[in-house]
Ligand binder design. Structure first.
Ligand SMILES: Nc1ncnc2c1ncn2[C@@H]1O[C@H](COP(=O)(O)OP(=O)(O)OP(=O)(O)O)[C@@H](O)[C@H]1O
Ligand SMILES: Nc1nc2c(c(=O)[nH]1)N[C@H]1C(S)=C(S)[C@@H](COP(=O)(O)O)O[C@H]1N2
Length: 189
């Protein structure tokens, strides 16, 4: 099975300064560890809501650390210090608007304020970068979806195929990934 390197970035002034314990990185790591069958190396960063620091972290994770996928959490709202989507667009080669659209649709089933998230997804080089909201419970909600509505992670494996990345295999009880039949490989033992 292909090895995969995943960058996790928690953008939070209060968690990064120790006001509260960060729950963003553990929530991301837990969900991905349960969902993926591939051997995964996580690269974790906890940083304040500073646009230049977030952009530099994303560039480093993709260009130097060679992450195939990067997920951020936090800083997607309208408050002045919520700048994660802006920093993500700063490092983008191309936008993938479907991810943000689908996340807001899913989140609306949980909170009416879901539309306040400006979250984006972009491609940089051969990597996919996804913004998730800061509420720790929003991570499982948006990645995994809910009854009848697939979460956004269902589309990530095929997206990485198309970018020339590793072939991701998921545990279907956590996340049923979709690929066209022509892109399917026989399941690895
Ligand atoms: N990394 C995190 N770890 C734990 N809880 C968090 C984290 N980020 C957000 N939260 C929780 O979600 C709530 C809403 O998140 P939001 O991103 O609006 O935080 P914030 O008010 O911008 O502050 P900060 O950026 O300092 O976390 C916070 O009040 C906090 O309870
Ligand atoms: N699934 C989910 N999405 C959510 C939320 C949530 O609790 N669950 N909170 C919303 C709220 S209240 C805000 S302000 C935006 C932005 O949050 P952020 O600044 O923490 O990224 O995400 C929204 N999306």
């Amino acid at each position: 099975m292909d090895a995969v390197r995943i960058g996790l970035v928690s953008c939070s002034d209060r968690a990064s300064s120790g006001v509260y314990a960060d729950q963003g990185l553990p929530s991301l790591r837990t969900w991905l560890t349960q969902a993926l069958r591939n051997p995964v190396t996580f690269e974790e960063r906890l940083i304040p809501d500073e646009r230049s620091a977030i952009a530099a972290t994303l560039r480093s994770l993709v260009d130097e650390v060679a992450c195939d996928l990067v997920l951020t959490t936090g800083g997607t709202g309208p408050a002045p210090r919520d700048v994660t989507p802006d920093a993500t667009l700063d490092v983008a080669d191309r936008e993938m608007p479907g991810f943000g659209e689908q996340m807001r649709q899913i989140s609306l089933r949980f909170v009416p304020t879901a539309i306040l998230s400006r979250q984006v997804a972009v491609i940089r080089g051969r990597a996919l970068i996804l913004n998730l909201p800061g509420q720790p419970k929003a991570i499982a909600e948006t990645l995994g979806g809910l009854e009848g509505t697939p979460g956004i992670f269902a589309a990530v494996p095929y997206c990485l195929d198309l970018l020339g990345g590793p072939y991701l295999e998921t545990d279907a009880t956590v996340c049923k990934a979709f690929r066209p039949k022509s892109a399917l490989r026989p399941p690895a033992g």
